[in-house]
Design a protein around this ligand. Structure first.
Ligand code: ATP
Ligand code: MG
Length: 500
């Protein structure tokens, strides 16, 4: 059963119950006010038959009417009239008898001196025997019978009862009031039903529609339900779920895209040296290398290309293992200054041969301990020094190394005065296979994996890596390493933070 039908049924149930309760309450009130259930029924009789009198009064009236028809003169008998008046008094009514324009009897019940002026004129046909009249604020209902006395004089007998005008109005309007009451209850219920449907059922339908769309894979459609109730909370959770789902789908698509790109890059980078090797081997086979010198040259080229291939495969292998977190890091506490000394010493000679000066900018006077896997860190430093050697165009070439530190970490900078990197390329140089100025790079022969591997290694240390550069002036590469901490978690001291 849908919520809509359940709501409709519950409201209809409430409507019926409230109507019953209203009817019951009205009945109980009427009984309390009038004393018995019959009087309650009389209300309706009185109203519907336009009968102003109760059953008892009516029977007294009928007796008087009978007398008027058959023995009219007895209606001048004061004693008899007193008796009738007494009977009427017990049911809160009074008697009035007139002869021509004279009053024969007036009940003391009324205490109304002007009564006779308000009574209707003689109507011997007795067309209308029941009616009402007002004297000032007071309201009376009566039943009357006009007749002739035996001497031919006109006479009239009235049984009169005073009523509350308010009660009379209510009595007259009772059906209208009841209909109005029912209409109000029905309208209130309908409004409530509409309100609940709007605030509960509609949003639920919207949520269902959204869930259907998600099932069909449309994840970009967001729901704009701002209510603060449980439905609003449900929608918020639902929206979060949709966003997470969208994110994970997008991530998967991005991963897929980057895997495709990786495969195409790898095949491209492998194809170039293989094509070269094939070309030179074909040259040898076809007898192009017909002198021992040519043969020597061809073999050397093939050897160097095979070496490039070997290096590329090696880098790719390392990159993919780092990417999958499959390379364990062997961290140790050691002095970064000593480590950089070794790197500089190792590379200084090669650099010098290329006319490049590789030196400390300002060597720290004492040891600067860091936490690092120095074997892997060497790849980072050597790639940076290698890049500085490759991408340079100045007659006087320098590479400067420096170390700075604060209480938590140590920053290593490797600065060159090379060609620089354009601001558009800077954000991408740490991406795999990214090479700025591709045309130049064909001569330098890099694969574009060096900095991508460096980033993975530095991030594996919990540090960060970045570059700043000015085109034509030079480039600085930076990476950070953590300082070793003592048992209390405080950094082990040295002189780097006082130096700089
Ligand atoms: N010191 C530098 N000066 C100018 N450009 C640089 C410098 N270092 C890196 N680059 C640019 O960043 C690119 C990426 O460097 P990365 O070390 O990742 O690749 P590579 O040196 O081309 O190849 P590989 O290191 O794999 O042999 C380089 O191709 C170069 O365009
Ligand atoms: Mg490189």
């Amino acid at each position: 059963m849908s919520i809509r039908i359940k709501l409709l049924l519950s409201y209809t149930g409430m409507l019926i119950v409230s109507l019953l309760v209203v009817a019951l309450t009205a009945g109980l009130f009427a009984i309390t006010a009038t004393g018995d259930i019959r009087s309650f029924r009389d209300f309706y009789k009185v109203h519907y038959q336009l009968n102003p009198l109760t059953e008892q009064e009516e029977s007294i009236f009928l007796e008087l009417k009978y007398l008027a028809k058959n023995e009219p003169d007895r209606l001048e008998d004061g004693k008899l009239l007193e008796e009738y008046d007494f009977k009427l008094k017990t049911v809160r009514a009074g008697l009035y008898v007139r002869r021509e324009s004279n009053q024969v009897f007036e009940s003391r019940t009324f205490n109304q001196p002007e009564l006779e002026h308000y009574l209707p004129a003689y109507d011997l046909d007795n067309n209308q025997i029941r009616n009402t009249f007002n004297i000032g604020e007071r309201f009376y209902a009566y039943a009357k019978f006009d007749f002739r006395f035996s001497d031919g004089a006109k006479g009239g007998v009235f049984v009169i009862r005073e009523r509350s005008p308010f009660g009379e109005v209510v009595r007259k309007l009772l059906p209208v009031l009841v209909i109005l009451l029912v209409a109000v209850i029905v309208a209130a219920n309908l409004l409530l039903y509409r309100w609940i449907t709007r605030s509960v059922v509609k949003p639920l339908e919207l949520l269902r529609g959204s869930a259907e769309r998600i099932k069909e894979g449309q994840l970009r459609h967001s729901l704009d339900l701002r209510s603060k109730d449980e439905i609003g909370q449900l929608n918020e959770t639902f929206e979060n779920m949709r966003k997470r789902l969208l994110e994970s789908v997008e991530l998967r698509l991005r991963d897929e895209e980057s895997r495709k790109e990786l495969i195409s890059n790898i095949s491209h980078d492998l194809r170039t040296p293989i094509t070269n090797i094939k070309g030179y081997i074909e040259g040898i086979r076809d007898g192009v290398a017909d002198t021992p010198e040519k043969m020597d040259k061809y073999v050397n080229i093939i050897y160097s290309k095979a070496n490039d291939l070997d290096k590329l495969v090696d880098e790719l292998f390392l990159y993919s293992k780092l990417d999958l977190n499959q390379v364990p890091f062997q961290f140790e506490h050691a002095d970064i200054v000593g480590f950089l000394d070794d790197c500089i010493d190792e590379q200084r000679y090669v650099a010098k041969e290329k006319g490049i000066e590789l030196e400390w900018d300002e060597r720290p006077k004492s040891a600067v301990p860091v936490v690092a896997d120095f074997e892997k860190l060497k790849r980072v430093v050597l790639n940076m020094i290698g890049n500085a050697q490759k991408f340079t165009d100045k007659p006087y070439k320098t590479i400067r190394v420096s170390v700075r530190g604060d209480s938590n970490q140590v920053t290593v900078e490797i600065r060159d005065n090379g060609i620089g990197i354009s601001p558009e390329d800077i954000p991408h140089i740490f991406d795999r296979f990214y090479r700025a100025e591709r045309s130049r790079n064909s001569s330098t022969g890099g694969s574009g994996l060096g900095l991508a591997i460096a980033r993975q290694i530095v991030e594996g240390h919990g540090g960060s890596i970045w570059a700043s550069s000015e085109q034509g002036v030079g480039t600085s590469f930076y990476f950070t390493l953590k300082r070793p901490t003592n048992k209390e978690g405080a950094a082990v001291d040295d002189d780097t933070h006082s130096d700089h």
